[in-house]
Design a binder for this molecule. Structure first.
Ligand SMILES: Cc1cc2nc3c(=O)[nH]c(=O)nc-3n(C[C@H](O)[C@H](O)[C@H](O)COP(=O)(O)OP(=O)(O)OC[C@H]3O[C@@H](n4cnc5c(N)ncnc54)[C@H](O)[C@@H]3O)c2cc1C
Length: 375
């Protein structure tokens, strides 16, 4: 059984690792040139029932605990005047909640757990064609070709593999503008103090100024705005961003002023809630390729759980991988539907006029819903 996984993000690598533990080989085709080709972004909190569960199946709990930062769970929520609305401090050194880990470290941890030849770097999939005798012929940017019996699309938000299964489109749900402040303790101690060891959200009307501290002392700053048909280039200037926060306390807008380089805007997109497809032999999707949702803290966790569940089905039923895929898809569709609904609801709430009140309620101890994403 030749398994090809398109995409070496958290989902694809977790799948390759768990399959490898079961003695099943898979090749991960990743478009990037190598593990350090691109910055991997900020921190993630891994949930016990999804991301952490997948790492247990991957046999990587020990390494996760040595790399994770439970203190990163600390978060503060402020209003535009800089008043603290919520301040949550985790139990020191406790792994019982949702410990944070830098994405880069998590990806490295997965990459280190795979045989050296498991990832084919610089292989951007551009087409997959069903072969008459079963399986797929794959074509990569640059002309390389490969064949496989099973194709798993783990190729993220703008998946190429997705189009073989569904014509579900993406909708634009928010704008995120990011900045980064390197070596914050030394260069901007007052901002390091403001952000603390974890996350800070400054919540206004229809907009959020957020910051998080990474393990290497960098502060990542994210400005979340409602989706609006404007030229994203407008947000490439700090001046334009600062204008959006006119009247906010200068100790907060200092996070924008201190950014190294120009801000980087991007659209945040989502697939329709309840997207599913008719099962087809030899092909499936995991992670954002299967269910891109607004980023409120579930996407990576669910991508890793998809990987663990698909790997378990394939390992349990190696003689009938199509039946394994059918079982995986049915369970994944059921699991994701309420999570996608919740993610859309939280996203809309966070960028609403009453966000501050609702977020305070959200973080009240009896709250049943997960915390908003670490932006
Ligand atoms: C700002 C922000 C904050 C977030 N915060 C959180 C959070 O706190 N918690 C959480 O759980 N989730 C969070 N998410 C969501 C999370 O990032 C994604 O859901 C998760 O990364 C999905 O994993 P994946 O493996 O499916 O896709 P990705 O991580 O996107 O990986 C896809 C991989 O496929 C590769 N690729 C793409 N196209 C091709 C191709 N054609 N051929 C070969 N390779 C290809 C890419 O280079 C990439 O390596 C956040 C998202 C955003 C945008």
């Amino acid at each position: 059984m030749r398994i090809a996984i398109a995409g070496g993000g958290l989902g694809g690598l977790t799948l390759a690792r768990i399959l490898h533990r079961h003695g099943i080989d898979a090749v991960v085709y990743e478009r990037e040139a190598g593990r350090s080709a691109r910055s991997q972004g900020g921190m993630l909190d891994l949930h016990p029932e999804s991301g952490q569960q997948a790492l247990t199946e991957a046999g990587l709990t020990g390494r996760f605990r040595s790399e994770a930062r439970p203190e990163g769970e600390e978060h503060r929520i402020l209003d535009p005047a800089g008043r603290t609305l919520v301040h949550h401090k985790p139990q020191p050194g406790s792994f019982s909640g949702r410990p944070e880990i830098d994405r880069r470290r998590l990806r490295d941890l997965l990459l280190d757990s795979l045989p050296g030849d498991a990832v084919a770097w610089q292989h951007r999939l551009v087409a997959a064609t069903r072969r008459p005798d079963g399986g797929f012929g794959l074509t990569f940017d640059g002309g390389q070709r490969a064949d496989c019996d099973i194709l798993v699309g783990a190729d993220g938000a703008r998946s190429v593999v997705r189009s073989l299964l569904t014509d579900a489109g993406l909708s634009y749900v928010a704008t995120l503008v990011e900045l980064s402040i390197g070596d914050a303790d030394r260069r901007h101690p007052e901002l390091a103090e403001l952000v603390g060891p974890g996350n800070l959200w400054c919540v206004g009307v229809n907009q959020i100024l957020a910051a998080q501290r990474l393990g290497d002392g960098t502060i990542r700053v994210g400005v979340s705005l409602r989706a609006k048909e404007v030229d994203l280039d407008t947000y490439r200037s700090k001046r334009a961003l600062l204008d959006l926060f006119a009247g906010w306390d200068p100790s907060l807008t200092a996070l924008i002023e201190a950014g190294d380089g120009a801000p980087t805007p991007r659209r945040i997109e989502a697939m329709p809630i309840g997207t599913r497809w008719a099962n087809q032999p030899g092909i499936t999707l995991i992670g954002d390729a299967a269910h891109l949702m607004p980023p409120v803290g579930e996407g990576a966790n669910q991508a890793m759980l998809d990987a663990a569940e698909l790997a378990a089905e394939l390992a349990d039923n190696p003689a009938d991988p199509d039946s394994a895929i059918r079982t995986y898809e049915a369970a994944m569709f059921r699991r994701i539907h309420p999570i996608a609904e919740m993610s859309a609801r939280v996203q809309a709430m966070m960028l609403s006029p009453t966000a501050a009140d609702e977020i305070v309620r959200f973080f009240a101890p009896q709250s049943a819903e997960p915390a908003p994403a670490d932006r």
